[in-house]
Design a protein around this ligand. Structure first.
Ligand code: SIN
Ligand code: MN
Length: 271
């Protein structure tokens, strides 16, 4: 899949690009079924919250050597519509995946993700340069009521802000201090709600400020995040690295698969 020059320019200008319904309902159904299956696995890299003990965040579904593996997720991470698009926005063919996660923000209970830049924490993983991009894939319709993502257009152009460790939410992570977010917002275009039908994708720069709100709707909000980095920008050694489900140690370049790989895997399994 080839992005137009206009799309590449928009990505560079805004720090994100939305591609509506890039994945088909059949592909989304396969990924949803796999996500539901993996929720029952017990493994590092699966986080449960709340009283129902259901998984809310899971990592590392794309690597064959772990308990959270799904061939559909592996295919998702390597088809031209994902890996090929990442190669184009990052202008490099040699990419690996820093991590892959799915966030299942539950109805009513699922809470805010404060404003942050993904490179806020990835730089602390030992990664030197912000030559990274995240592709978010909607596994159901994303709405404002349901706690969709918001992007602050152009916020990647100022580079990385020093993050603080926010412990106010169940998952705890490196967020951007409110004072810096407010200063960045002053005079900037309004944040954009990343809403869309299932299968819609948003790819964004690792320094783009983004956040999401409470899920006040009656439906859970499921979204996949595929985080690509240049092989040449792999992390340097650091003390106490995070586990490899979140800071991959597989720095081999990813190969493109055929564009129907998600559906082909399912056909093969059915034979
Ligand atoms: C993230 O930015 O890493 C997750 C945000 C969300 O799922 O709402
Ligand atoms: Mn993020």
């Amino acid at each position: 899949m080839n992005l137009t020059q206009e799309q590449i320019d928009a990505y560079k200008r805004d720090g994100f690009l939305v591609l509506p319904e890039l994945f088909s309902p059949s592909e989304v159904n396969i990924l949803r079924a796999e996500t539901e299956r993996l929720r029952h696995v017990e493994a590092d890299g699966i986080f449960r919250e709340g009283e129902d003990d259901k998984a809310k965040t899971m990592f590392r579904m794309h690597e064959p050597d772990g308990p959270t593996y799904s061939s559909a997720y592996r295919a998702l991470s390597r088809v031209p519509r994902s890996l090929g698009v990442a190669q184009q926005v990052l202008d490099d063919t040699l990419l690996y995946m820093h991590h892959c996660k799915v966030n299942m923000k539950p109805s009513i209970e699922g809470t805010v993700w404060h404003w942050h830049q993904d490179f806020g924490s990835w730089h602390l993983d030992g990664i030197a340069k912000p030559t990274m991009a995240t592709m978010m894939v909607m596994l159901d319709e994303a709405t404002e009521l349901g706690g969709c993502l918001y992007m602050l257009p152009g916020s990647h152009t100022d580079g990385r802000f020093t993050p603080y460790y926010d412990e106010s939410t169940a998952y705890k992570f490196w967020a951007t201090p409110a004072a810096q977010v407010k200063a960045r917002m002053a005079g900037a275009p309004d944040p954009v709600a990343i809403i869309g039908k299932p299968g819609t994708v948003a790819i964004f720069d690792c320094n783009t400020l983004h956040a999401s709100g409470h899920n006040l709707s009656a439906r859970d909000r499921w979204q996949i995040y595929l985080c690509y980095n240049l092989c040449a920008n792999r992390p340097g050694d650091i003390e106490k690295p995070r586990p490899d489900y979140v800071r991959s140690r597989n720095w081999a370049p990813m190969d493109l698969l055929e564009d129907d790989a998600i559906l082909a895997g399912e056909r093969l399994a059915a034979e």
